[in-house]
Design a protein. Structure first.
Length: 302
């Protein structure tokens, strides 16, 4: 059989036709690549299983780096920019690298799940980007359908989780108000020049009933940091460990919302000024002073 060839493998001898060698080698190469991908995926999944991250009250860059296993980020960078050493050294972690790595982390499941209509995500693997995206959409739109649609596609946290985080933040802010004894936004920095603008807030002031009209005061606070003084950052909010009983943000204590009316019990006495201040306020004296100033200015002119 001239087309049959013998190939030795240890003590075994494999008999193969020459026309079948090419497909067999190609199949072996494909199988070898599949094995490499399976080993890589298993290694990355082991890293994902041991990494835990959840929303702690802040969304700074340090939290993003801590929420992603380094091998996962390295693999994403290799896929995007190339596996060679030069590409890895020249390219730092871009926003797309961090977003894709967080996406894989957010949608990771320990065990294989059946495809269902309702998606579920573990709170222990909530990466900062998808928490930020859910909170941003809630602040801009307040639309449950939009947030839940992105949640079903694995692109952000659910609407119920957004409400839960919002309630936890509200409880933490109110708790800080009570501890400090003053209502102060947690984002304000200390030891930096600060100004405030105060203005009335009037709605339908011509109404004859208090139900449809409103009168209040709005205070806007502005901080002016300098290059040599950017201010002192306050401590981060500490979220409560317990799960909130409701999804409604708690209100401020009554002492911050209700103010006692201020009024005078007796008629104030007339203000009596000293004699020297009375003379200064005299109309004739002021007129003479202004006339003298005018004549003195004329002497200075050429």
């Amino acid at each position: 059989m001239p087309e049959l060839e013998a190939h030795t493998k240890g003590r075994d001898v494999l008999l193969m036709f020459e026309k079948d060698i090419g497909p067999a080698i190609a199949f072996a190469c494909d199988y070898n690549d599949t094995m490499h991908m399976a080993k890589t995926a298993e290694m990355i999944r082991c890293q994902l299983a041991t990494t835990k991250t959840t929303f702690s009250g802040s969304l700074v860059s340090e939290d993003i780096d801590d929420s992603i296993p380094p091998p996962l980020l390295q693999l994403v960078k290799m896929i995007e920019h190339g596996p060679d050493i030069k590409s890895q050294l020249d390219n730092v972690s871009t926003k797309s690298d961090l977003a894709l790595a967080q996406l894989l982390m957010f949608n990771y499941h320990t065990n294989s799940q059946k495809v269902t209509v309702q998606q579920r995500h573990s709170a222990d693997r909530e990466t900062p980007f998808f928490v930020y995206l859910g909170l941003l959409l809630f602040a801009k739109t307040r639309k449950r359908h939009l947030i839940d649609t992105l949640f079903q596609h694995g692109l952000c946290i659910s609407y119920d989780r957004v409400l839960e985080i919002s309630t936890q933040l509200g409880e933490a802010v109110v708790e800080r108000y009570l501890n400090e004894g003053v209502v102060c936004p947690p984002l304000l920095k200390g030891k930096v020049f600060t100004t405030a603008a105060v203005d009335n807030i009037d709605h339908n002031p011509s109404s004859t009933t208090s139900k449809s009209s409103f009168h209040g005061t709005g205070i806007s606070i502005f901080q002016h940091p300098m290059k040599d003084n950017i201010g002192v950052r306050r401590d981060e909010l500490i979220l409560p460990t317990h799960k909130p009983k409701s999804k409604k943000v708690p209100e401020l204590p009554a002492i911050y919302m209700n103010m006692k009316p201020a009024y005078l019990k007796t008629k104030p006495e007339p203000l009596i000024l000293p004699d020297d201040i009375t003379n200064i306020l005299n109309h004739d004296y002021l007129f003479m002073s202004l006339q003298n100033e005018y004549e003195w200015l004329n002497t200075l002119l050429p």
